[in-house]
Design a protein around this ligand. Structure first.
Ligand code: ADP
Length: 475
């Protein structure tokens, strides 16, 4: 399912409004409860005050009933008191007085034990006609006799007031919601605009347009950060793509040359006819090209397996000097052919921790180059030293043409060759040093070259060492 910006926008807005609705509902419920509680308290207090007022106005009529003093009938307090429901009872529960408003309804029924004896008794009660009231009662002494006064407040008053307040809030809510939803929708839209812009641009990026980048509106915020991260990922992809393209082109070129040579040599020989001796020569040179092809294909395979992370390293600790000696012995015939002097110095106890096979491959490639590029009668000097307690360095110096500074960093690139015609020596595939670089770096080492044109080349390999004494302790 595709989550388009519009959907996110709607969903965020709905979330926003939903959250607000919940908060508002909780708020309303809270406010209502508080209001209810407060009004209840106020009413009880007012009722108590009313009881005190009424008590002062009562007297016993000759018939034993209770009445209200005539002279107070026009008093403002009395008018207010008339708004309430009032009842006076004798301790036996008989009715001594009911005000006009109460009429013949009973306010609270028979007395309950202890009613109004210690301070005011408050409760809610329902009258015979269903009216719900807050009831306050208290016992007083009236002309030496004990009477119970009850004052009731209709709860409808509270409810009506509460309903009014709630109604205002509820009527206003849709407006608040509509306003919030609109503002939220706009706000979310504006926030998501950069995402839409990024998506639109990303849709246009394909393998032909890998140099395109996503727009970064404000680099400081999260979306800007996302765009920047995407852009740097695009840069890496572009780089890898470019590398791959170059690699494929170079590889095809490298493979085509020996194949073309094999074909032309074969064709020429077939057309012209030849003695068995000449055929043998031709087959010999064709096999040479096949060897070259095989070596290139093997190197390519190693590199592609390395790229795919398919090469499993078998790390062990081994003496570096013995390994260099072994690599040199593989090239002994070539060294002797060119009458080169090969010297190997350094402590034979310096051990390195790495994959022996691949380190040997790296050393063979460098030594092979030194042999190839050093003129006959030259010298190759291999030296092993410690660089601190945990790193050993092997340097291989030759007396060849050296490598000019601009090429020094590039010779480790795949298929990079300085100048094929320069030495007149056997031309390699330009892959040897890239394999060495991979092999050394995969073993947590470093590789490099220091050289000045005309002064020979010095390649160095640094690897994690075991039991190396501090630098300067060895020679
Ligand atoms: P190749 O198989 O062509 O030797 P490499 O990757 O081993 O490929 O080397 C890349 C290039 O680096 C070589 O073509 C050469 O131009 C240069 N190079 C390598 N080693 C030396 C050296 N010892 N002296 C001079 N140039 C060198």
């Amino acid at each position: 399912m595709r989550l388009g910006p519009r959907r996110v926008r709607t969903r965020l807005t709905l979330w926003y409004v939903g959250t607000l609705a919940v908060i508002l509902a909780v708020y309303l419920a809270g406010v209502s409860l508080l209001l209810l509680w407060q009004m209840d308290r106020v009413l009880k207090r007012l009722a108590a005050e009313d009881l005190e007022t009424v008590k002062g106005l009562l007297y016993f009529e000759p018939g034993g009933q209770v009445g209200v003093r005539e002279d107070y009938h026009h008093h403002s307090d009395w008018k207010q008191v008339q708004e309430r429901l009032l009842e006076v009872l004798a301790p036996d529960g008989s009715i001594l007085y009911r005000n006009e408003r109460l009429g013949n309804r009973t306010l609270g029924g028979p007395l309950f034990a202890g009613e109004g004896e210690r301070g005011y008794s408050g409760r809610t009660a329902t009258l015979s006609d269903g009216t719900s009231v807050i009831l306050i009662s208290r016992k007083y002494e009236l002309e030496g006799k004990s009477v119970l006064l009850r004052a009731g407040y209709q709860q409808d008053l509270i409810w009506n007031q509460l309903k009014g307040t709630l109604l205002v809030l509820i009527v206003a809510s849709p407006l608040v919601f509509a306003g919030t939803a609109y503002a939220g929708y706009k706000m979310v839209g504006r926030t998501l605009d950069p995402v839409t812009a990024m998506a639109n641009r990303a849709e246009q990026i394909n393998s032909e347009r890998l140099n395109d980048r996503l727009p970064v509106e404000s680099a400081g915020d999260e979306l800007g950060h996302l765009a920047t991260v995407f852009n740097s990922m695009l840069s890496r992809i572009e780089q890898s793509f470019e590398q791959l393209r170059r690699f494929t082109a170079d590889a095809s070129h490298e493979l085509r040359t020996p194949l073309a040579a094999i074909r032309s040599v074969g064709e020429v020989r077939l057309q012209n006819g030849a003695t068995p001796e000449e055929y043998r020569d031709t087959i010999g040179s064709m096999l040479e090209e096949v060897n070259r092809l095989t070596s290139i294909v093997e190197k390519l395979l190693t590199l592609s397996r390395a790229d795919a992370g398919q090469i499993q390293l078998h790390v062990s600790v081994f003496p570096l000097k013995a390994l260099v000696g072994e690599a040199a012995s593989l090239l002994e015939v070539l060294i002797e052919d060119k009458q080169l002097t090969f010297q190997l110095t350094g402590d034979e106890n310096i051990g390195v921790e790495a994959d022996r096979l691949y380190v040997r491959q790296a050393v063979v490639n460098i030594l092979h180059n030194a042999v190839k590029f050093t003129p006959a009668g030259g010298t190759i000097d291999a030296r092993i030293v410690c660089r601190g307690p945990s790193q050993a360095e092997l340097s291989i110096r030759d007396t060849g043409p050296g490598i000019a500074a601009p090429h020094a960093t590039k010779i480790f690139d795949r298929f990079y060759r300085v100048d094929e015609s320069r030495t007149g020596t056997e031309v390699g595939g330009g892959l040897g040093l890239s394999i060495s670089k991979w092999a050394v770096e995969a073993n947590n080492g470093e590789i490099g070259v220091s050289s000045s044109s005309g002064g020979g080349a010095t390649f160095w390999i640094r690897l994690p060492a075991v039991g190396c004494r501090p630098y300067g302790g060895r020679g």
